[in-house]
Design a protein. Structure first.
Ligand code: HEC
Ligand code: HEC
Length: 200
């Protein structure tokens, strides 16, 4: 009798642990299934979709090859040439936050906004402009060039407020070529399958 109740306790606590663990795993990665699957073909295919978004003006305008942000669908140099600065937030009187608020300012030609509007910092410029799909995939997958992001942080970057702003850019600005959900799906597929880079 004693032995049976002991067995029941052991079995019950084992079940409890398993149930608890599945909750932990679930809450960490709710949208991802088969996290261990690696498929280079699916990964590269997904990155080609991601790349279309990265190179669209809403994203590229904050990822310029120089130290001045870009504006408009033709990605021309930002009026009054505000500079990146060490932290990406501008210099002297031309701080991004002076004009860019935490939300879009109403009306055409008015400053767009999202929390903490700025460029990547000078020591990790995260350039998209002019980069091939091969080079950009390598850059983004590498913690030494992506802002020290591990896989989990990289996945979470799809929910970054500056990224999400791309789909709510304010009056007169076109949207990226994929919907947000299509982008996020391609982003996760690319990373979960090993974050492979397309060939040169
Ligand atoms: C003096 C005010 C001012 C400052 C300072 C300023 N901006 Fe702007 N910015 C604007 C205005 C106004 C617009 C909208 C222009 C338009 O749509 O015609 C704009 C547009 C932009 C856009 C274009 C968005 C798009 O997709 O078309 C980006 C990117 C941008 N700013 C980044 C920055 C960054 C980064 C900084 C700091 C380094 C900065 N701006 C500093 C006023 C400013
Ligand atoms: C207002 C400027 C701004 C806009 C607009 C913006 N980004 Fe960024 N992006 C940044 C900053 C700043 C960082 C660096 C901060 C960080 O690492 O979290 C960054 C980092 C990134 C990174 C890591 C880059 C790398 O080279 O490893 C990716 C990927 C990215 N952004 C994607 C996007 C996408 C996709 C869009 C458009 C839908 C977008 N960004 C729009 C400012 C911007």
């Amino acid at each position: 009798m004693k032995k049976i109740s002991k067995t029941i306790i052991i079995v019950a606590s084992f079940i409890a642990v398993v149930v608890l663990m599945s909750f932990v795993i679930d809450s960490e990665m709710p949208t991802i299934k088969n996290a261990s699957t690696k498929d280079s073909i699916a990964s590269v295919k997904a990155f080609h979709e991601v790349y279309k978004v990265l190179m669209s003006p809403r994203c590229m305008n904050c990822h310029p090859s120089g130290d001045i942000p870009l504006q408009g669908d033709d990605s021309h140099a930002h009026a009054m040439l505000p500079k990146r600065g060490v932290d990406g937030k501008g210099v002297y009187a031309m701080k991004c936050g002076n004009c860019h608020q935490s939300a879009n300012t109403e009306g055409p030609g008015r400053p767009p906004g999202a929390p903490n509007w700025h460029l990547p910092p000078a020591n990790m410029r995260m350039v998209f402009q002019g980069k091939s799909a091969h080079d950009l995939a390598k850059q983004i997958a590498n913690p030494q060039t992506n802002g020290n992001k591990n896989v989990k942080q990289l996945l979470a970057h799809a929910d970054d407020s500056l990224v999400k702003w791309g789909w709510e850019p304010g009056e007169g600005r076109t949207l990226p070529p994929l919907t947000y959900n299509e982008f996020k799906k391609a982003w996760i597929t690319w990373i979960e399958n090993g974050a492979y880079a397309p060939g040169k």
